[in-house]
Design a protein around this ligand. Sequence first.
Ligand SMILES: C[S@@+](CC[C@H](N)C(=O)[O-])C[C@H]1O[C@@H](n2cnc3c(N)ncnc32)[C@H](O)[C@@H]1O
Length: 156
Amino acid sequence: MPPGSQRVVELGAGTGAITDALLRHGIQPQALLAVEMNPVLHRLLQRRFPDTHVACGDARHLHTLVHATRTFAPGQVDVVCSSLGLLTMPHDLQHDILTAAFQVLHPQGVFIQYTYGPNHPLDDGVRQQLGLECRRVGLAWRNLPPARVYVYSRRA
Ligand SMILES: C[S@@+](CC[C@H](N)C(=O)[O-])C[C@H]1O[C@@H](n2cnc3c(N)ncnc32)[C@H](O)[C@@H]1O
């Protein structure tokens, strides 16, 4: 997580492993919005994290979800952290999700993606179309299998 990050959105929060790690890392519950489209997992997340904003919806509609939950104003988010299976998604869906994420991020905000595959999780054509640059920042060895971490930001 970049130093000073305060307002965080997590996409595809699932059962909450990353949500829990973000909170333990010091992100304030009220400054975290976890998004999950599966209603069963959404309810589980609500029970597990009663002080955190948890939205049931599609990451493609992030702008509306941020607005509806009144967590923070769109354009003020520091980090969108994604646990989505981006690698296996069609390119137009990748495009729509990344577009939605960069709509809520502030100009220096970053999109962080965890992935288990050896390849870049975002299609290169989509990355170029959206004017993004990418850097790999690490390998989470404690994960099984180890997760690669990529950071996407607007090209300077
Ligand atoms: C790899 S799992 C998340 C793993 C998570 N870190 C955990 O602890 O369980 C990906 C999650 O993304 C959700 N998901 C997939 N597509 C989505 C979308 N378009 N919008 C929101 N959530 C989505 C799935 O329902 C699934 O729970």
